[in-house]
Ligand binder design. Structure first.
Ligand code: KIV
Length: 295
């Protein structure tokens, strides 16, 4: 994280028993993961995990756990900033959140989302804002939503030296046009379009592509037809990588989570219990004790 907290020993990272030293997850690389490492993982057929992160503290936990790619998703809108959708998220917010995640990590490749309205106008708008995320926040790559229609922006970004992760299938920034968050790629024409989108972003130079809310069989076909890795969310086990929004994965999200989420903890209950225990102690006078007091 910083000079006073050096990398933990490699055996503490990613429960890496029996994984090759060059594994993305659980490997022993003591430097930032790069897009070349991601390409090599596809060649080896290695599956890898990606999580979202929106602050330095949480990002540091995931980095120490060996998660090789952290996405500063514009899901920050819903999961961190209290909006109903990702639509209101701004470039300034993404720069601030992404810079915090970069500061909190040493090994993970940090991918920062281009928010709604920051790249759709023209490829040069995409380049301007993509460069901001690399220069001002220190991100290693950007992500944007869209397939064929986003290809010109991806091409310009990549030519300029900005690595791009594409995002097709369900694209949450289009929530108002889609009328919600329906599964994508169902039916012959939609499946063909998804395949065209995947090929278009690969041809434009994307180093990976997120497939969101897509039938598992179609996602597996797309994965097999691409040389770049697919990162699935609600897209079945046939993708090269899997991503979850961290607040869903760890049980921080209030209320229902999407069907494709697996909850690995119940942090909301743990934090709520801690807050209530603190509240009770303060109300009863049990906190602070002698050991917490100065004389
Ligand atoms: O913003 C986000 O968190 C995302 C993931 C769901 C892929 O785009």
């Amino acid at each position: 994280m910083n000079a006073s907290s050096p990398l933990p020993p490699v055996q503490d990272r990613g429960q890496g028993q029996d994984r090759p030293a060059n594994s993305l997850y659980g490997g022993t690389r003591n430097r930032r993961v790069t897009v070349r490492d991601i390409a090599a993982a596809k060649q080896r057929g290695e599956r890898w995990p990606m999580l979202t992160a929106y602050d330095a503290l949480t990002a540091g936990v995931f980095d120490e756990a060996g998660i090789p790619v952290l996405l500063v998703g514009d899901s920050a809108g819903n999961c961190h900033l209290g909006y109903d959708t990702t639509v209101p998220v701004t470039m300034d917010q993404m720069v601030m959140l992404s810079a915090a995640v970069v500061r909190g990590t040493e090994r993970a490749l940090v991918v920062a989302d281009l928010p709604f309205g920051s790249y759709q106008e023209s490829p040069s708008q995409a380049l301007h804002n993509g460069v901001r995320l690399l220069k001002e926040a220190g991100a290693g790559a950007v992500k944007l939503e869209g397939g064929e229609r986003a290809a010109p922006a991806i091409e310009l970004l990549v030519q300029a030296g900005v690595p791009v992760m594409a995002h097709i299938g369900l694209t949450p920034q289009s929530v108002h046009a889609l009328g919600g968050y329906p599964v994508q790629g169902r039916g012959e024409e939609a499946a063909h379009q998804l395949m065209r989108d995947a090929k278009a972003v690969q041809a434009a130079g994307a180093f990976a592509v997120v497939l969101e809310a897509v039938p598992a069989e179609l996602a597996a076909q797309v994965t097999a037809s691409l040389a770049i890795p697919t990162v699935g969310i609600g897209a079945g086990v046939g993708c090269d990588a899997q991503v979850l929004v961290w607040t869903d994965m760890a049980g921080m999200t209030a209320g229902r989570v999407p069907r494709f989420v697996k909850q690995y903890a119940n942090l909301r209950a743990v934090l709520g219990d801690a807050a209530r225990a603190f509240g009770e102690d303060v109300a009863s006078g049990a906190f602070p004790g002698e050991e917490h007091s100065f004389h």
